[in-house]
Design a protein around this ligand. Structure first.
Ligand SMILES: [Zn+2]
Length: 424
């Protein structure tokens, strides 16, 4: 048994924001009571959460763990370790491994590796099309039986509207969300950052915001046609957000996520340093402003990191040759506090919702602090000053633009199934 004492418990699902103690018994929550009121905790290990926030376990619904196939960049073990250090209790891994997770045997491999070596829960996402090539629909039902919680061709969009229709039709019958990496590849071809004054100044080829929002518009209409659950990954453009807002107002089942780097940085921050290269690229100032408004007004459903490790040998090269993507797990809470909460743009409860009930709802799951619920908790500080040093990261990769950044507040402890998997 584990007794979490003296914390400020924040739970969007039960609308709790008060001083509470929690008793965890094995893998479940056994009791929640006012501070000092839990009677039968004799012999329990005690965690003193004085001055800390105690929240339901944070979920990161968008990550790349690189196993199988690119274990020099990350493994399920190292990636989930970094996730635990970032305060995440569950992470969803995208299928663009080598080979692609497009069949039940790869899904089972990931599930088994995660059981044996995972520091946190790992929920695989299966490919939407075979090898994510955009030609034939993958064996989604078999992967669902093996443990996937959604499908995506992430890294690229579902190739055509016709295939998107087939996949959404199929996933509607299975009640699985379809996660779209929204990109019109003809508009994005050759680009390495967002098109604008910054790209002109740097002399780097850029893609317009429409490279994303044209695809979002296509998929919103296919979602309306099919009635499927569509989720837009790493939404970065104001024009895409307008499509999602329209869809929600019209009862179309569309949700979306925003990454910490897109609500923190903009195209003007890009230098020739490949740690600023990701897809979708850092957007314009007005896009960032719109994303923060969307995070505040519930147009955005989740914060997701798009944790995308690349080993230095392939990432530390010229900007235009480097692969897209940056690390995300360990800086997510720090950035959300810095950019959203400490600036009074969104309430702390809303931030917790974006990491818990928000992504849970997208995935058709529940997340709450109540008797009998899984003992998954994220405990974090609002004010501890700490400096992120990527050389200390649990990830195998080092590609973070936030190396050396000092944060006010961050993860204090991560508890999965009643076990402390990370403690500051
Ligand atoms: Zn993507």
């Amino acid at each position: 048994m584990l007794l979490i004492k003296n914390g400020r418990v924040l739970d969007p699902a039960t609308k709790t924001d008060s001083a509470r103690d929690l008793l965890l018994d094995g893998e479940r929550i056994a009791e929640i009571a006012a501070t000092g009121k839990i009677a039968h905790a004799n012999g329990a290990q005690v965690f003193d959460a004085t001055g800390l926030i105690v929240a339901p376990g944070f979920i990161d619904m968008h990550a790349h763990l690189r196993e199988p196939g690119q274990e020099n960049s990350e493994t399920i073990e190292t990636g989930s370790h970094a996730a635990a250090r970032g305060g995440f209790t569950a992470i969803c891994c995208m299928p663009n491994t080598k080979p692609v997770n497009d069949n039940a045997s790869i899904t089972r491999f990931i599930v088994d590796r995660a059981k044996a070596f995972g520091h946190v829960r790992v929920w695989p996402i299966g490919a939407a099309s075979v090898a994510s090539k955009g030609e034939a629909i993958a064996d989604i039902a078999a992967m669902r039986d093996a443990g996937i919680i959604a499908v995506s061709d992430d890294g690229k969009p579902i190739a055509t509207a016709k295939l998107a229709r087939q996949i959404m039709d199929y996933c509607r019958s299975l009640d699985l969300p379809v996660i779209e990496h929204a990109e019109d590849v003809s508009l994005a071809a050759g680009a390495v950052m967002r098109e604008g004054i910054a790209s002109t100044r740097l002399g780097l080829p850029g893609m317009p915001a429409a490279a994303e929002s044209v695809c979002v518009a296509r998929d919103v209409q296919v979602a309306e046609l099919t009635g499927a659950r569509l989720h837009i990954a790493h939404l970065s453009a104001k024009s895409s957000l307008a499509q999602v807002r329209f869809a929600k107002q019209h009862g179309i089942r569309v949700t979306c996520e925003v990454t910490p780097h897109h609500f923190t940085l903009i195209d003007e921050d890009v230098t020739y340093d490949s740690r600023f290269k990701m897809n979708p690229p850092l957007a314009a100032r007005e896009d960032r402003e719109a994303l923060i408004e969307g995070l505040a007004d519930s147009t955005v459903d989740a914060i997701a990191t798009d944790h995308a490790p690349h080993e230095p040998a392939i990432k530390d090269v010229e900007f235009d040759k480097a692969p897209f993507g940056i690390l995300g797990f360990e800086t997510a809470i720090g950035l959300a506090l810095e950019q959203l909460v400490h600036t009074n743009r969104i309430p702390l409860m809303r931030m917790v919702e974006l990491f818990t009930t928000g992504p849970a709802r997208v995935l058709g799951k529940e997340r709450k602090l109540a008797l009998g619920e899984p003992a998954d908790l994220t405990i974090f500080s609002l004010d501890r000053s700490w400096t992120y040093s990527v050389s200390d990261s649990a990830s195998k990769s080092r590609n973070s633009p936030f190396d050396g950044h000092t944060f006010q507040g961050g993860p204090a402890a991560t508890i999965v199934a009643g076990k402390i998997v990370y403690k500051h």
